[in-house]
Design a protein around this ligand. Structure first.
Ligand code: ATP
Length: 548
């Protein structure tokens, strides 16, 4: 069993991603831009297949006449594609303008900036000198990093490291300061040489700002790049209701770019500043919302498993009651054990939240706050709403029951880049296969689900003679209208198999001498390595069947 939580394994995945054209650093020829990533030829196909699978399974292929397993009733699904820049009031009413921030902390010495909640530290003492040593490394790297920093700080040689006395294990700097067990004056910053260089933590809004129009100048022209796609759905709720004859319960889905000016982007594409989300806002009757919440939580969990993520590396984490907003009956995160995390740690792929009527009411009435257990419009010193809502009626009238209500919302919110990364990490395997002479050869293979694989089949003439190429090209042309496939005649067949294994291609079709006599080819399965002979005229139907 390969060690799955291991930075070197992650490094090999990142290196394959670059070498084979899955993911590149953005603007690499200029030194790159931290937190921004480009998808290369194989990566764009992988990510597109993932988004297409989501859209197909959740929206386009949804059977709105059936009651799906676990669903309280049949329901409709529809979609939207909204702009990235929206009216600034959207973000004021949604709460992002006032509340969407992280705490950051600066180092006066190294001039570096950190996310406060990413810093961890522990007390180290040597010959009467004491310091709270911190690091921004995560996972397995954090503890050794503090040892190396303390060694340097106390000016010790490697063999003297055991002389350091440690006051307990690693803890969050934020919690240590809050508990009073450490102070910033005693704290050695992650890149500092002396304690006391970290500034007091400050709030930092994660929304990217921009200006609209050529004469932009004052604060009123400020606009924001959306930090989530969800708000575009809420502000179009009435448009969709009025134009598409949907009835509650129904969902609106959207896939698109979101932007967050993350203080410390890290872990490859996991925390980026520009990324794509796949979000559903599902509108239902308040009385049914708990049942719909459970339905969506289980449905989304199963989606990842059906597409092949290893069950043991996936975790469904229900938030504890004290973590929930008071209007919410539940929130769950679907998390994956990424290899860059320490054993036992998981990173969020998707959150499924019961949001009550918070969002629709905010856009009707204005920004809401909680007061004595109730959601009320927040007011300024003048008694007027702090951020005024649209004033539009976003309630729903059920013409059968003659009831009017503001629907409750269940929100499954997934990240397309994080999911792509999880599928890439999960698919990555190193094993041994026999080469053409039967000797074991190590190979790197991406065991991607065929629906996600960038290339579904490769067509390979065994040699470039005797008419094998012509037969292979005909087969390629027959298959291409139905699925992404590739014709490859370069190099030994073993090398060609290896190239396809690394790209995650599930099937290789090889045209050999026998093909010319009986119009069959060998079909090689990437995972089982089983080779079977199939009739050329049946290949298209056979692979289409396998894919569906
Ligand atoms: P985190 O706690 O990791 O910052 P979050 O709880 O803020 O994530 P949400 O606001 O719930 O994330 O966003 C929904 C989804 O969008 C996440 O589950 C994740 O897949 C994706 N996402 C959020 N922030 C990023 C990011 N900086 N880079 C890539 N994907 C992201």
């Amino acid at each position: 069993m390969q060690n799955q939580n291991d930075q070197s394994r992650m490094d090999r995945i990142v290196s394959l991603a670059k070498r084979r054209g899955f993911i590149f650093q953005s603007s690499e020829i200029y030194g790159g831009l931290n937190g921004f990533w480009d998808y290369g030829p194989l990566g764009v196909a992988l990510k597109r297949n993932l988004k297409d699978a989501w859209w197909h399974d959740m929206v386009a292929g949804h059977d709105e006449l059936a009651t799906l397993t676990g669903a309280p009733s049949p329901y409709e699904m529809t979609g939207l594609d909204c702009t990235i820049i929206m009216h600034p009031q959207v973000w004021k009413c949604s709460g992002h303008f006032d509340l969407f921030h992280d705490w950051m902390i600066d180092c006066r010495e190294s001039k570096r900036r950190y996310r406060y909640d990413h810093l961890h530290g522990r007390w180290a003492a040597h010959r009467g000198k004491k310091v709270f040593v911190t690091t921004d490394a995560s996972g397995d790297e954090a503890a050794p990093e503090t040892v190396a920093r303390a060694q340097k700080f106390f000016g010790l040689r490697a063999k003297q490291v055991d002389e350091i006395e440690w006051g307990g294990g690693l803890e969050s700097l934020q919690q240590a300061i809050a508990a009073g067990s450490a102070t910033l004056a005693d704290t050695l910053g992650p890149d500092a040489t002396a304690p006391g260089s970290l500034t007091a933590p400050r709030e930092f809004n994660l929304m990217f700002e921009t200006r609209i129009g050529a004469l932009a100048g004052d604060d009123d022209d400020r606009a924001f790049l959306r930090p989530e796609t969800a708000q575009g759905i809420f502000v179009n709720f009435k448009n969709v209701l009025d134009t598409s004859r949907v009835r509650v319960p129904f969902g609106i889905a959207q896939v698109g770019k979101s932007f967050r000016n993350e203080i410390t982007p890290r872990n490859f594409t996991f925390r980026s500043r520009e990324f794509e989300q796949m979000e559903i806002e599902f509108f239902c009757k308040p009385a049914d919302s708990a049942a719909w919440y459970r339905y969506w939580r289980d449905r989304r969990w199963k989606w990842y498993l059906d597409l092949g993520l290893t069950a043991g590396r996936l975790q469904l984490r229900e938030h504890a009651a004290d973590e929930l907003s008071h209007y919410s009956v539940g929130t769950a995160d679907i998390e994956y054990a990424f290899p860059f995390l320490a054993a036992g740690e998981f990173g969020e792929l998707e959150g499924i939240a019961h949001r009550g009527d918070f969002d629709l009411r905010s856009h009707m009435e204005g920004k809401l706050v909680r007061k004595d257990g109730e959601l009320v419009v927040e007011t300024g010193p003048d008694g007027k709403p702090r951020h005024k809502g649209s004033g539009k009626d976003l309630s729903y009238f059920d013409d059968i029951t003659r009831e009017r209500f503001v629907p409750h919302v269940i929100e499954p919110s997934a990240g397309a880049d994080r999911a792509t990364l999880a599928f890439l990490c999960d698919a990555y395997h190193e094993d041994e296969v026999p080469d053409e002479d039967g000797k074991p050869r190590s190979r790197t293979v991406l065991k991607l689900h065929p629906r996600l694989a960038p290339i579904k089949a490769a067509i390979l003439p065994l040699v470039k003679k005797d008419g094998m190429q012509e037969v292979a090209i005909d087969l390629y042309r027959a298959l291409k209208p139905h699925m992404a496939c590739q014709y490859d005649e370069k190099g030994s067949v073993g090398r060609r198999y290896a190239r396809q294994d690394e790209a995650g291609t599930p099937w290789c079709l090889t045209v050999d001498g026998q093909s010319l006599a009986d119009r069959t080819v060998t079909l090689r399965d990437r995972d089982s390595l089983v080779q079977q002979r199939v009739a050329i005229d049946e290949v298209v139907d056979l692979l289409r069947d396998k894919l569906s």
